[in-house]
Design a protein around this ligand. Structure first.
Ligand SMILES: *Cc1c(COP(=O)(O)O)cnc(C)c1O
Length: 379
């Protein structure tokens, strides 16, 4: 079954009790037990809820995984994964990690005695040389945000397996449509379903997908004990979003490539970051592990004044934090995702005051291109 069919038929899409064309919203916190001595399958919605389980099954199937565990947000999913580790454990992590993950790792994990070393994710030797006797996990995010650096997933997995280390990946940017880390040997896949999976900028939700039963049991326990659960209606909305994901992504990624190619040649653009361009530093590795450059690109307009003129002149993209919606979204990393990163550190990562990130939506491609060209003329 191809991915586009899988988004509709790779899991149980119909309500099992009625045959309704969508899973029912089981909006209940608790369940009547017919026999007080023998509890039924569903007891209390924090422990299990049929709507949430239907979503977990759907997301797992798209990621080619056996088990899915849904959380209240991408960050709740990441917390549940990282808080499986204990005092004295060590994690090696990519340097250009999502801002919320960075905060969690630098402010919360140290209080629990969990140590993290950041490495240049593009350099496999750094991953290997960061290993300590107590290293328990490698944490990957590829492409990274906002300069879309590429980590060699299989390269990192190979090192991890040799040292008996778990691997986890944040697969939000590529989505399972274009990158399936479980099939490349990664143990734990994390999704911020807030982005492309839901796709409509109206839900916050996260998920973790695994193949190993023991890992699933540990994560399910985290879900029940830490309690960062998604609302039932949110679960249903993400399932609805999944049904159109394949065509949304196809449209967005086709437009993103065209826009990246145009910007690359444009005299007013200093630099374009898009892993679907041959000029991108990680192009060859990305091509090996993913089947599209994705729907997100970043480019450098030179300075803050140009950014202001460009943003003011744009008609269609909304100016906002986030990505992965049906509408195009322009973000400004130095004022948004990376506002709290010290200047020296962010400049090292290429996050200049001229850098903007565009998440390409499903608007007409020509309209988007014309809009961007007009806005550039305004500089
Ligand atoms: C948005 C995002 C997250 C966090 O997801 P939330 O649903 O906002 O908690 C994590 N990782 C990446 C790559 C993201 O883009």
């Amino acid at each position: 079954m191809k991915f586009g069919t899988k988004t509709l038929h790779g899991y149980n899409m119909l309500a099992p009790d009625t045959g309704a064309s969508s899973i029912s919203i089981c909006q209940a916190s608790t369940f009547h037990q017919k026999d007080i001595n023998n509890l039924q399958k569903y007891i209390y919605s924090r422990f299990g809820n049929p709507t949430r389980e239907a979503l977990e099954e759907a997301i797992a199937s798209l990621e080619e995984g056996k088990y899915g565990v849904a959380f209240a947000s991408g960050v709740a999913a990441i917390s549940a994964v990282l808080l499986m580790f204990s005092k004295g454990d060590h994690i090696v992590m990519c340097k250009d990690v999502y801002g919320g993950t960075f905060q969690l790792v630098s402010e919360t994990l140290p209080r629990f005695g969990i140590e993290v070393t950041f490495v240049d994710e593009t350099n496999l030797e750094e991953w290997e040389s960061a290993i300590q006797p107590n290293t328990k996990a490698f944490y990957i995010e590829t492409p990274s945000n906002p300069t879309l650096k590429i980590t060699d997933i299989q390269g990192v997995v190979e090192i991890a397996k040799r040292h008996n280390i778990l691997t986890a990946i944040d697969n939000t940017f590529m989505t399972p449509q274009y990158q399936k880390p479980l099939t490349l040997g990664v143990d734990i896949v994390i999704q911020s379903a807030t982005k492309f999976l839901n796709g409509h900028s109206d839900v916050i939700l996260g998920a973790v997908i695994v193949n190993d039963e023991t890992l699933f049991e540990r994560l399910h326990k985290q879900q029940v004990m830490l309690g960062g659960l998604p609302g039932i209606e949110e679960c249903w909305l993400v399932m609805r979003g999944l049904k159109t994901m394949a065509i949304r992504m196809e449209k967005s990624t086709n437009s993103a490539l065209k826009i990246a190619q145009l910007l690359e040649k444009h005299p007013k653009i200093n630099k374009v970051y898009y892993p679907g361009l041959e000029s991108h530093q990680g192009y060859e590795i990305h091509k090996k592990q993913a089947t599209s450059g994705g729907a997100v690109l970043s480019f450098d307009l030179g300075n803050a004044e140009n950014v202001k003129k460009f943003a003011d002149a744009l008609k269609y993209p909304i100016i906002a934090v986030s990505l992965g919606g049906v509408e195009s979204i322009l973000s400004y990393p130095i004022k948004m995702s990376h506002a709290s990163v010290p200047e020296e550190e962010r400049l090292k990562q290429g996050i200049t005051e001229g850098l903007v990130r565009l998440s390409v939506g499903i608007e007409d491609t020509d309209d988007l291109i014309n809009d961007i060209q007009n806005a550039l003329n305004n500089i």
